[in-house]
Design a protein around this ligand. Structure first.
Ligand code: GDP
Length: 608
């Protein structure tokens, strides 16, 4: 394929109105802003003094500095306080390229391969199917080298390509979607014919529906005894997955992934469906797409699998991924074949990026290094501003809460690991740790080495840094020590999880448990000065003055309160033992009856 570098449309020049000039302005008493602002900037825009804003926050128990970035809520608060209405306007600028909606001319659009994800219940045969497809009718010319897992692969069926995401299951799918990335055009739902619809089948249906991806059902294991295709069809109808033969719009394919039955038919049906879906994009623009996975290769540095979703990626393009940019050094497919160009729906493994991006990050290619560098820099600044304003608010907020309630305990974590896979695994394991009374916040989780900015962020937000399969440099260690940031390094996931769990248990406040000290029976009632004095007989334990009490009537606690006075004859008593009589009052409560039981108790800490 000839180099079409010159013909490609740059995504920036055609789609962005501005390079994020200042759009903030006051209009008819409404302050319109587009992004976070520093105290100084906001003051200037509102024609007030920075010290007015600082003072305002101070009065509201928040400390801000003149250069501090304010988040949307804080900007809104200031505006309202100084008499302006506020409106945040969304401006899609070059650095927010994930928000760009591309509208190509019809004649520029070309058919592109569908991107397919395999989902279904555990053990229903997802992995077996993915392998069966990968190995089905392999043409000699196709494999230009050893095939290597890069997270996705392409398969040619009747002269047309299909792109398969090869991490089965909906975890990866959901992780992508939660980062705002949607890569899947078609979902293959694998249902074992001998097992039928199971919990994860239903989850997969929900995820596919939420992503508006059409579902092709692969009824698997038809070779097995007890396989019942009709039962699967009937069960799926409860979830609005209806076969075409019953008037629905879902394709059903009967397969045996293990015995290689029906695979070609399944693939042909996917091609047919993708024709119906009219999946198209414009190959003649600079590429944009999503990072499928990424890791730090010991020899080659940051390495990422990119799925080109629109445009064409060339092997020497400048790309911005997440907040970094790079110059593609090497671009290969899953067979390790070096590619010069990658057209829409092609997954490629690239090197040459300056940092390991996150799975789900968007990328965009640019014609010049200058553009890529500037946009990456602006994205980095923007992210830092957001993080900083977020962190400041969060920690102040937390401090405030802790002071107010005295019982909020939280652990902030920052995670660095060797690959995006490890990051996702760690994140999901950590989020599964639940210890009552403790909130775990993962404030940053990225693949790659610990950086200077990690330490600053951890320091600013009282976070512990956890490193998995990575080692910080001596300089960073020194900085961490200086800022009193703790860095914990691990090589085994469960050891790391165990340690965090331990830390969390340490953080939990000892639980308070009620311990009964004694009981007394109310035998007489006296009224004096509008107060009810109960003449009691201690039946059990010791009653101490000022203790917390339950007032019990007919076995039901009718009041919780505190003892007022406690007297033996006319004298105040500090405590009355079992077998003795006493007079007692309950603070603020007079409805005591003869025959009631007063139980005294205290709250004691129970160590876990
Ligand atoms: P996954 O958890 O959905 O990825 O399921 P696997 O692909 O690991 O398959 C689970 C088990 O089912 C394995 O032992 C497979 O060999 C078996 N299996 C998968 N497909 C078939 C099939 O079509 N027929 C039979 N008999 N067994 C199958």
């Amino acid at each position: 394929m000839k180099d079409n570098n010159n013909k490609r449309i740059s995504n920036v020049s055609t789609n962005f109105k501005s390079n994020n000039k200042n759009f903030n302005k006051v209009n008819n008493g409404v302050f319109v802003f587009t992004r976070s602002l520093s105290v100084a900037d906001l003051a200037k825009q509102l024609n007030i003094l920075p010290s007015d804003i600082i003072k305002y926050f101070f009065m509201n128990k928040k400390m801000v500095t003149i250069n501090q970035m304010l988040d949307d809520d804080s900007i809104g608060e200031v505006c309202l306080n100084f008499g302006y209405d506020v409106k945040k306007e969304k401006v899609v600028s070059a650095e927010n390229f994930e928000e760009v909606e591309i509208k190509d001319k019809k004649e520029d659009l070309k058919e592109r391969p569908p991107v397919v994800t395999v989902m279904g219940h555990v053990d229903h045969g997802k992995t077996t199917l993915i392998d069966a497809i990968r190995n089905s009718n392999v043409v000699a010319t196709e494999a230009g080298g050893i095939s290597q897992a890069i997270g996705a692969y392409q398969k040619e069926v009747k002269g047309k390509k299909i792109t398969f995401i090869d991490t089965p299951g909906h975890e990866a799918f959901t992780a992508m979607r939660s980062r705002g990335a949607s890569v899947t055009d078609i979902v293959i739902l694998v249902v074992a014919a001998d097992d039928g619809v199971m919990p994860q089948t239903i989850e997969a249906i929900d995820h596919a529906k939420a992503a508006k991806a059409p579902i092709v059902v692969a009824v698997n294991k038809i070779d097995k005894e007890g396989a019942n295709v009709e039962k699967v069809k009937n069960e799926l109808m409860n979830y609005e997955i209806i076969p075409e033969e019953y008037g629905g719009k879902n394709i059903f394919c009967e397969i045996s992934a293990k015995k290689n039955i029906g695979i070609d038919n399944l693939l042909e049906n996917i091609i047919l469906l993708s024709e119906v879906l009219e999946l198209k994009s414009n190959p003649n623009r600079y590429a944009m797409g999503t990072v499928l996975e990424a890791n730090l290769d010991r020899g080659e540095g940051p390495k990422a699998t990119l799925l080109v979703q629109n445009g064409t990626l060339n092997n020497s393009d400048y790309v911005v991924v997440g907040t970094t940019y790079g110059h593609i050094r090497r671009m290969v497919n899953e067979h390790q074949k070096v590619l010069k160009t990658a057209t829409p729906s092609t997954p490629v493994s690239v090197t040459g990026l300056s940092e390991v991006p996150n799975a789900g990050d968007h990328f965009m290619a640019f014609p010049t290094e200058k553009e890529a560098r500037e946009i990456a820099e602006r994205r980095r600044l923007q992210k830092e501003q957001v993080e900083r304003s977020g962190t400041a608010a969060r920690s102040l907020d937390d401090l405030y809460k802790q002071a107010k309630e005295g019982d909020v305990t939280s652990l902030n974590l920052l995670i660095r690991a060797d690959s995006t896979g490890s990051v996702e695994a760690l994140k999901s394991s950590i989020m599964k740790i639940t210890i009552p009374g403790v909130k775990v916040n993962i404030i940053r989780a990225i693949a790659g080495a610990i950086t200077d900015s990690d330490i600053s962020l951890a320091s600013a937000s009282n976070a512990i840094i956890y490193g998995f399969n990575i080692r910080p440099t001596a300089a960073l260690k020194a900085k961490a020590e200086e800022l009193k940031v703790e860095i914990r390094l691990h090589r085994i996931i469960y050891a790391l999880i165990e340690e965090i769990e331990g830390a969390l248990k340490g953080l939990t406040k000892p639980e308070l448990k009620e311990v009964t000290n004694g009981q007394m029976e109310v035998r007489n009632i006296f009224k004096a000065n509008k107060m009810t004095i109960a003449g009691c007989y201690v039946t059990d334990g010791v009653i101490k003055a000022r203790s917390k009490i339950h007032l019990i009537r007919d076995g039901i606690i009718i009041y919780d309160g505190e003892l007022g006075s406690l007297k033996r004859f006319k004298d105040d008593a500090s405590s009355v033992k079992s077998g003795f009589e006493c007079g007692a009052t309950i603070v603020g409560y007079n409805d005591i009856h003869e025959g009631d039981i007063i139980e005294a108790f205290e709250m004691k800490e129970e160590k876990k």
